[in-house]
Design a protein around this ligand. Structure first.
Ligand code: TRP
Length: 343
């Protein structure tokens, strides 16, 4: 039986943090190691450039950081094709063909893009490339005929848009493209709040623990975490809901019994924040120390990491080129393939 094709990726706009780990990377590694899929992992630098055109250095620097983070958590080029979006020019031609199948109004209705436009406050107007990036994402997915797309909730509109494009293309030109399905992370990998208790870890909020943070930095960050603001004295009863330290323990702790007992003790009163934080720090260290060690190994040979990306991109490009050829055939623009057949 042929394996299902899985594709996912990240925009390289900074180092990856433990929110990425809990929400997607952990699951991605498990899917890779299951052996059930043919895996494509894309670093979406071109998508990142749609709102960073004036800051390409940031994307370039983040590209290698993301690659190191991938390798550190256990994504493995022997099991996954790890590649760089901008190295696959075929994706751009696919995007142009798909743009003809999507109305301007439809692109404008994407809720994720709408929200991003509000958040990003584009001074000089919304770049057209940013506005249409969901169509380019449809190219990313369909170029590989991927059917399994592990993503977060915010990406559901992109997958829906891709499905519409696939249906539209196949009905006009004939069946070539594959309709993808989004796979949301299991409930055990929910979204992690920031250190400050805000809804999301985000670089711009400065509330992240990075996979590359050293042990001291992690400890300092853990000790500064938001807990229950009304838990003033150790003997006071404390709240678990919205208490970031316990949310992280639920996400990363393995000894569920010990955690349950701490929660009860905390709620009764008599358990201080510092103790819980020390425990969380141990739990995080157990996860992060091996990741940090692997990252340090790969950091010793950065050219080898670029070479891994180059090879992955070369393999990915061959697949995308094959799909593009089929797409061009279907549209009927491979005019010169059989010149003798033209009368
Ligand atoms: N939009 C995704 C994000 O911001 C990144 C991405 C680009 C992607 N192309 C993709 C994800 C294709 C899945 C499939 O995280």
């Amino acid at each position: 039986m042929s394996k299902k094709i899985l594709l996912t990726g990240d925009r390289p706009t900074g180092k990856l943090h433990i929110g990425h780990y809990a929400g997607s990377l952990k699951n991605r590694v498990a899917m890779q190691d299951s052996g059930l899929y043919e895996n494509f992992i894309m670093i979406a630098d071109q998508q990142a450039l749609t709102d960073n055109a004036r800051n390409p250095e940031k994307i370039k620097n983040s590209l290698i950081e993301v690659a190191l983070d991938y390798l550190a958590v256990g994504l493995d080029p022997a099991k996954s094709t790890i590649f760089v979006q901008s190295q696959i020019p075929e994706l751009n031609e696919l995007t142009m063909h798909y743009l003809n199948l999507v109305s301007v109004a439809r692109v404008g209705r994407n809720p994720t893009v709408k929200q991003e436009i509000k958040q990003k406050a584009f001074g000089e107007g919304v770049p057209a490339g940013f506005f249409i990036y969901p169509v380019s994402q449809a190219a990313d997915i369909t170029a590989f005929k991927a059917s399994v797309i592990p993503v977060g909730e915010d990406q559901l509109p992109m997958i829906e848009q891709t499905r519409e494009i696939v249906r539209s293309f196949n009905s006009i030109y004939g069946d070539v493209l594959v309709e993808p399905e989004a796979v949301l992370p299991p409930s055990t990998c929910g979204r992690l709040p920031g250190l400050d208790g805000k809804a999301k870890m985000s670089k711009s909020l400065g509330n992240c623990i990075y996979l590359s943070d050293d042990a001291d930095t992690v400890k300092k960050k853990v000790m500064s975490m938001y807990t229950d603001p009304d838990h003033i004295r150790v003997q006071d009863p404390g709240k678990i809901e919205g208490n970031t330290v316990f949310t992280y323990l639920d996400a990363f702790g393995t000894d569920k019994e010990a955690i349950e007992e701490m929660k009860q003790h905390y709620q009764r009163g008599g358990l201080g924040d510092v103790k819980v934080k020390r425990y969380l720090n141990e739990v995080l260290e157990a996860k992060l120390a091996p990741i940090r060690a692997r990252r340090a190994e790969f950091e010793k040979d950065i050219p080898a990491v670029y070479e891994m990306l180059r090879k992955g991109s070369e393999q990915a490009r061959a697949v995308a080129a094959k799909t593009l050829k089929e797409v061009r055939d279907k549209i009927g623009i491979n005019y010169f393939d059989n010149i003798e057949n033209n009368e």
